[in-house]
Ligand binder design. Sequence first.
Ligand code: MRU
Length: 346
Amino acid sequence: MIKTIEYVDGMVRMIDQTRLPAEKVFVDCKTIEEVGQAIKTMVIRGAPAIGVAAAMGVSLGADAITAANFDEFYDAMKRQCDRLGKSRPTAVNLAWAIDRMKQVARDSKNFSIAAVKVRLKQEALAILTEDVSINKSMGQHGQTLVKNGNVILTHCNAGALATAGFGTALGVIRASVNAGKNVRVLANETRPFLQGARLTAWELKEDGIPVKLITDNMCGFFMKNQQVDMVIVGADRIAKNGDVANKIGTYMVAVLAKENRIPFYVAAPVSTLDFALASGDEIPIEERSAEEVVNINGKRIAPEGIEVAHPAFDITPNKLVTAIITENGIARAPYTASLQTMVKKK
Ligand code: MRU
């Protein structure tokens, strides 16, 4: 499996997810600004991967600061972090990673600036390594819900490409396969950015996990015809009450799952929980460019001058969520209490 993101010779190297699966090309970021641009343009995407990229970006930014003392250094770092924090609004892992890096800097204020920079780089690498082991733990918990022979429907890409490796929703699927279960995946193509068709289909096929691609509007057909045993998706942010922000279309999938009595699971690390927000109503929803809707693979499909809407995420209310799988266990309703215990177990 190709590495989603890594440090190479003082640069942050990412596989360009806008070009997959047609081309496997890499983007090397030398500055925090280039990392911010890569997040914005979705060269790297998926909540945990955005968090890892942000941490590495902060480290690159810190390396470039020349300052006479810690306060000067930290002021400059904070300004860089504020700009990076604006690159995408919905996935809370971005702010989570930046806050964690800022905390490391503050905890190191009595060190030399050179030593602070070293500690920041070590922290970014720790966030990357931890992400993979978190996903493996999540997979272990999640696979207990999966039975041999199950067909699992997923939306968007919550796989190795959306994380530092292994994946969240696809991590549960990988762990089920590793536990010897035969599972098959139905992948929604996920218009308009096609993360399902381009990324989920690609990475599962690479791993030899049986996957069938469908367009988003076909998923109700398969659910009604009893060809789906469960849905597993990732999340970009989960509010205190268990409302889930995830890729646009997730809400539609959850409603269809409820109607057809199919369990709807969300797999997400604790870093995706945002207890500062009481409900999903407070989660900021990114509005992306109309160009991504009116074009497919660079080819215009809609009339010139047409009015377009493009919310990139939606909110699935907690009442539609059967369980939330984290690295620390499986949370069930009422989520306000159960999600707290997931964090305390950390
Ligand atoms: O716009 P994207 O591709 O960054 O959206 C990604 C998703 O919605 C994923 O499902 C989510 O980030 C979880 S990834 C493990």
